[in-house]
Ligand binder design. Structure first.
Ligand SMILES: NC(=O)c1ccc[n+]([C@@H]2O[C@H](COP(=O)([O-])OP(=O)(O)OC[C@H]3O[C@@H](n4cnc5c(N)ncnc54)[C@H](O)[C@@H]3O)[C@@H](O)[C@H]2O)c1
Length: 567
């Protein structure tokens, strides 16, 4: 296989112009081809603008910019690709167009040249099948923006020559990219996993489970991802999302990937995201990333005076809550013994009561407790803390009718509402560990919870220095209900033998900008915890399709063997 030193790129749109820049920065000669002079000039302007920005930011000097641009020739003649060792096609996502381009290339380049497609969703096998030499065709899938994101998926078909694959991987390595070699399957690695998650996020939004802003905050801040799903889909383009989603669904026929009717309606109505000026959000103008207010933008209200808050329980979380509430200006009443009715009576005047007992019991303790249990004893009596039903029934009697009652322990807001006799004032809270983007506290409400109770909890969370996310109280709320099935899906992909741990982690970290790959996340959270959430989602009322929450058998294996994914 000859060395790749001259590269052709067909189509100088969003992706093609970026791909030209990547190769030229890597020291290769590049020939970019467009349909008309006007498009060619547009492509040249993208390259000029992108390298100008790099100079302005001090990442490139002017001499370096001149060298890069000097390696690029732009043409409107496919014939100018005749001396290329590799040609990457980045024309629009239409199979007939790709066939036309590859058909012409067969007559232009010599037999030793490699032909690659940057398609996101079409089958490389179908693109390659009618070409004269399918053994030299593969997928070379860059991510947007190509000069920034390091991932390139190298997709081989059953016919792709191993030497062709190796030559392309070698050139990707030389460019400083992170190549991942996989077979031809809808969505490849990154989009396949991303779209399972997108579909679940769309379902939550469509069902009114959470607002677009809170959904984005949950995943950006709570899960630490670079942006929330609504912002990301608007950036990718809702038409593109709808199309890729359909392709993946056609491949899996899984409920997990079933297309969102809401997304289809948005696309039909011309709401395509940033590029059309409106998608999930409204933008200052088409193409702008600046979000402007619209009918769905939450109305800013004057925060109420910080009132008095009761915190019930001891342990790290209770102490932290007490400290942060005091710092936030609240008058805090701390009840350390939830069994003590006299202490509990001091909560009579509180505006909000948060139950934060340390109820953690590990399985070994439970087994020991059960073994010790006398016939007339109740296991509940031996567990740490006071039973929540019992406690909330008492709180319902002690506190005033407007007091907001909340728990940080996993209980259902609806059940607490029923036992306390305050369905309009009961909430559940889920305090997440901080991520690189901040900290989220989820606030789970029921259909009966009154808006002012939710609003006062929003304000309280904000005064704690965390970001509130309000959602319906369903299993997993938002962060766990979206993140955990996404991680489980990565394990399923591994179990299916499609890609390795390293490939999947590389794909999500370097293609989607995740802080770490999904397997690094699972090892950090603990496979047992991920499995426990899957089981909770599968048995509870998460509203997510069964096939998205059913734990991968490989995840179960890792839990039983207590074996991390990354050794
Ligand atoms: N946009 C993304 O985020 C993204 C990410 C990864 C992969 N892709 C894939 O990359 C490909 C291109 O997508 P894009 O977003 O850059 O599209 P685009 O519409 O921005 O650019 C396509 C360019 O191809 C040109 N073109 C059309 N027919 C041509 C021909 N016969 N010869 C030469 N040029 C031709 C068009 O004039 C246009 O400038 C698609 O296959 C897409 O699925 C897109």
């Amino acid at each position: 296989m000859r060395e790749i030193s001259t590269v052709g790129v067909i189509g100088l749109g969003t992706m093609g112009a970026g791909i030209v820049e990547v190769f030229a920065r890597g020291g290769l000669q590049v020939v970019g081809v467009e349909t008309t002079q006007e498009y060619a000039e547009h492509g040249r302007a993208i390259l000029q603008g992108s390298t100008d920005r790099a100079v302005a930011k001090g990442r490139l000097d002017e001499a370096g910019q001149a060298e890069i641009l000097g390696r690029i020739t732009i043409s409107t003649e496919l014939g100018d690709l005749k001396d290329c060792d590799l040609v990457v096609e980045a024309v629009p996502e239409v199979l007939s167009l790709k066939h036309e381009v590859f058909g012409k290339l067969d007559d232009i380049v010599d037999a030793g040249a490699v032909l690659a497609s940057n398609t996101s969703s079409l089958s490389i096998t179908e693109i390659a099948a009618p070409t004269r030499h399918p053994e030299r065709v593969l997928g070379l899938h860059f991510f947007n923006p190509a000069p920034v994101l390091k991932l390139v998926e190298v997709i081989t078909t059953l016919r792709t020559d191993a030497a062709v694959r190796d030559a392309v991987v070698a050139v990707a390595d030389k460019l400083g990219k992170k190549p991942v070699v996989v077979g031809d399957r809808a969505g490849f690695v990154a989009n396949y996993l991303l779209f399972g998650y997108f579909t679940s996020a769309l379902r939550m939004l469509e069902h009114g489970h959470v607002s677009r802003e809170d959904l984005d905050t949950a995943m950006r801040v709570g899960a630490g991802l670079p942006m929330g799903p609504c912002t990301l889909m608007d950036l990718v383009g809702l038409d593109v999302c709808d199309h890729i989603g359909e392709v993946i669904y056609a491949h899996t026929r899984s409920q997990m990937h079933a297309p969102s009717p809401m997304l289809g309606r948005m696309v039909t109505s011309g709401l395509l995201g940033r590029k059309s000026g409106r998608g999930f959000y409204t933008y200052a103008r088409p193409g702008s990333g600046q979000v402007v207010e619209d009918d769905l933008t939450p109305v800013a209200t004057e925060p109420a005076e910080a009132g008095s808050v009761g915190v019930v329980g001891t342990g790290d979380l209770a102490s932290e809550l007490v400290d942060r509430l005091e710092e936030g200006g609240y008058a805090v009443v701390h009840v350390s013994d939830a069994e003590d009715s006299e202490e509990l009576a001091s909560l009579a005047g509180a505006d909000v009561v948060i139950e934060a007992q340390d109820l953690d019991t590990d399985v070994d303790d439970l087994e020991e407790l059960e073994l010790d249990l006398e016939a007339d004893e109740d296991l509940d009596d031996l567990l740490p803390g006071r039973d929540l039903d019992d406690l909330f029934a008492e709180l319902g009697e002690i506190t005033g009718p407007d007091t907001v009652l909340a728990t940080v322990n996993s209980a259902a807001a609806v059940a607490l509402g029923a036992v306390s006799g305050r369905p309009g004032r009961s909430l559940v809270l889920r305090v997440h560990a901080p991520t690189g983007n901040g900290q989220v506290v989820e606030i789970g409400r029921t259909s009966a919870t009154e808006d002012d109770a939710v609003q006062s909890m929003r304000e309280l969370v904000a005064r704690l220095g965390a970001e509130p996310v309000v959602c319906r109280d369903r299993a997993g709320l938002v962060v766990d209900a979206l993140l955990v099935p996404h991680l489980n899906d990565a394990v399923r992909m591994l179990d299916e033998g499609y890609a390795s741990v390293a490939d999947i982690d590389t794909a999500l970290q370097h293609g989607l900008g995740y802080p770490t790959g999904p397997f690094a996340m699972i090892d950090q959270i603990g496979a047992d915890e991920v499995l426990a959430v899957c089981e909770e989602l599968a048995s509870g009322s998460s509203g997510l399709p069964r096939d998205s929450v059913e734990a991968s058998p490989l995840l179960v294996e890792h839990v039983i063997l207590d074996r991390p994914f990354i050794s």
